[in-house]
Design a binder for this molecule. Structure first.
Ligand SMILES: Cc1cc2nc3c(=O)[nH]c(=O)nc-3n(C[C@H](O)[C@H](O)[C@H](O)COP(=O)(O)O)c2cc1C
Length: 305
């Protein structure tokens, strides 16, 4: 069974992915946060998918688009960068995207999904996977899109079984996932609320036919999770913290080298710690999140090593 690192906008940028692959690993592929077309490409998005920034890391760029006009420039970009695989976002619940007809809004528009799938067909050099939710307002929408996708060649479908209104909260709907899994002729990957080795094992047992599991926040909180699952052993908490600090140090060095100004570096590093709050003591966490001085920040981290 495959284990994939989910895309998380603001967290799993190329600096993080490269450091994680080098120092921790255990992940078959890292999916980039979505790349969008807003009349032009954003420099930040382009930097994140440049082949030269992702050397040695198995990366699948993810695209978000409402229609073929938005999609084509993104496909041009990933083709120019030499990618052979691409992921398409039909799961994003953020109103800024759904309001433009992107992400999970597409689940209520199967007519548009068809047009987009036809556009992907025009790019035979790119293997496509799709990441989707259970539905926009109800779970029959996800099921309808899964059936429609049976008509197109896909590498796999990742399903996050929540509705758009749930964002990332409330319980994941295992029943809806099971129905979508049965309806799909494609390989299917489970995504949602996986936080431990036991969670991964439980999912693999419940749905043995799964192609894989995609983990987001669980891996941010415990970067060793995939490696632990592969080794079949859980690491002591002290070792998890040691690995996390090594990951931190590499990310920090690269952030200082590549980002502009102390405040940008501090904002990036706050995102690094956000999901790892349980790993570190409360006082250090508060200091890291509050300080506006790079010197104080470095001192706090030194005291944690
Ligand atoms: C802050 C944040 C940013 C996210 N950005 C993306 C994104 O760019 N593309 C995407 O497909 N999903 C995105 N997601 C969804 C995650 O990939 C994943 O589907 C979701 O967090 C559920 O999985 P998890 O419980 O393992 O984290 C994001 C989620 C969060 C919380």
């Amino acid at each position: 069974m495959h284990l994939f690192f989910a895309p998380l906008q603001g967290y799993t940028d190329y600096l993080y992915r490269n450091a994680h692959r080098l120092l921790v690993g255990g992940v078959d592929a890292y999916f980039t946060p979505f790349v969008r077309w807003d009349g032009s490409l954003r420099n930040k998005d382009v930097r994140d998918v440049l082949a030269s920034n992702n050397e040695g890391t198995p990366v699948v760029p993810q695209l978000i688009a409402a229609d073929v006009d938005e999609l084509n420039p993104l496909l041009d970009l990933v083709e120019q960068q030499g990618y052979r695989r691409v992921d398409f976002n039909m799961g994003c619940p953020f109103p800024l995207q759904t309001g433009r007809g992107r992400g999970s809004a597409l689940l209520a528009r199967p007519d548009r999904v068809r047009l987009l799938m036809e556009a992907f067909r025009q790019r035979p050099g790119l293997q496509l996977s799709v990441k989707m939710r259970a539905g926009f307002d109800n779970a029959s929408q996800g099921l309808e899109v899964v059936s429609l996708l049976n008509d197109y060649p896909l590498e796999f479908i990742t399903i996050h079984p929540r509705l758009t209104s749930q964002q990332y909260k409330g319980s994941v709907d295992g029943e809806a996932f099971g129905r979508m899994l049965s309806a799909s002729h494609h390989r299917v990957v489970f995504n949602g609320d996986v936080g431990s080795v036991a969670d991964i094992d439980g999912i693999a047992q419940r749905w043995p036919q799964l192609h894989g599991v995609m983990v987001g926040r669980g891996l941010l909180a415990r970067p060793t999770l995939a490696a632990e699952w592969r080794q079949g052993t859980s690491l002591p908490e002290a070792e998890v913290l040691r690995v996390s600090l090594a990951l931190h140090n590499r990310l920090f060095d690269n952030a200082c080298r590549l980002l502009q100004g102390d405040q940008q570096v501090l904002a990036r590093m706050r995102a690094f710690w956000e999901y790892q709050q349980p790993l570190i003591d409360k006082k250090s966490y508060k200091r890291l999140m509050r300080t506006s001085s790079l010197r104080n920040y470095e001192e706090t981290v030194r005291n944690m090593q």
